[in-house]
Write a protein that binds this ligand. Structure first.
Ligand SMILES: [Mg+2]
Length: 340
């Protein structure tokens, strides 16, 4: 079985496509940035560019069939797709929904699904512009999202430079904590419901992404959708750099001290390093831009976790000062089928 990354490389090699274009970004048939980033960038009019992404959300692959409320399916599918627009520093505007559902989900389930998606659309200030609906044996959702950015201001994964500082926009590993509690049967207890919120209804850092782009603060950016270890490796590969991460600085999830949960032996650092679905932003910036960050939306949650290095490896420094390689062990649908 091959990895998702290898499949993407084969797709890009076989089908006529444009990949990363050399910086500074230059227009080629209107396509400013192609396959290989959070979203593509297409030249628009009046000094604006279109930022475009698509995203699949499948029952049994991306969400647990029985345990996931219908309104979470609606909310999360749109939020996670829109996160890739925020991760480019763009403002989301329109989306297209392709929805395939079984006939027995067209009643109450469908109403609740729509409620969740409508709430996400209002919070993200994004409008449905079209789509397609069909019948299928399970729930399968494809979302295409369009956003807008000022010409040349989008932030790709490829711009990190040695000496840049690495930030995350908030705690990572909370969605994975929720997923593991859900899979262990804790999700049904009301007192644990708050711990599932980031898994069912992830918060998207849209305002921060576009602020960083408008003020030209970040050198590279992406969302942490598949886990910090996996997504940081992608950013470093795209930028042809390495990284040094301080374990003690990573904002890890707080695990409740109730005896039943303690028995699960969940490790907050492992959840934070390899858990996916948080949709916080992973940001690199030059040290000379640090002072400007104080005015960023959500500044208090921004945490510096390390720095970009010249050597191409990714190192994790633990609290005792010893160093080990950090391997990508986040979400890969082909490496770990049915993990979610
Ligand atoms: Mg992404």
């Amino acid at each position: 079985v091959y990895s998702e990354q290898y499949l993407i490389e084969r797709i890009a090699a076989k089908i006529p496509s444009e990949k990363r274009l050399p910086r500074p970004i230059s227009a080629k048939n209107g396509l400013l940035l192609g396959i290989g980033d959070d979203a593509a960038v297409v030249a628009g009019r009046n000094s604006l560019d279109w930022v475009i992404t698509c995203d699949a959300f499948l029952e049994g692959v991306h969400f647990l069939p029985e345990a996931t409320p219908a309104d979470s399916v609606g909310y999360k599918s749109l939020a996670r797709a829109t996160s890739d627009i925020a991760a480019m520093g763009a403002v989301p505007r329109f989306f297209f929904l392709t929805l395939a559902i079984p006939a027995n989900r067209t009643g109450q389930w469908f109403d609740q699904f729509l409620q969740g998606m409508a709430r996400a659309a209002r919070e993200l200030d994004i409008r449905l512009a079209g789509g397609d609906t069909t019948q299928f044996s399970s729930v399968a959702i494809s979302l295409t999202v369009l956003g807008e950015a000022r010409r040349g201001r989008t932030i790709a994964r490829s711009g990190a430079r040695p000496g840049d500082l690495i930030y995350v926009s908030g705690p990572v590993g909370r969605a994975e904590l929720g997923l593991q509690l859900l899979q262990s049967g804790f999700g049904r207890l009301p007192r644990h419901r708050a711990l599932l919120r980031q898994h069912f209804y992830p918060r998207i850092r849209g305002g921060l992404g576009s602020w960083l782009a408008d003020n030209r603060i970040a050198s590279a950016m992406m969302d942490v959708s598949d886990g910090l270890s996996t997504d940081l490796a992608r950013l470093c590969t795209a930028s042809r750099v390495g990284a040094r991460i301080d374990a003690a600085h990573i904002p890890v999830p707080r695990i409740p001290a109730s005896p039943a949960i303690v028995r699960l032996k969940l490790d907050p650092l492992q959840l934070a390093l390899h858990g996916g679905d948080d949709y916080e932003l992973l940001i690199t910036l030059s040290p000379r831009n640090v002072a400007k960050l104080r005015r960023a939306p959500g500044f208090s949650q921004l945490t510096q976790i390390g720095e970009i290095t010249r050597s191409k490896c990714i190192l994790l420094v633990d609290s005792g000062g010893s160093t080990q390689s950090l391997h990508p062990e986040g979400w890969d649908p082909f490496a770990k089928p049915k993990r979610k």
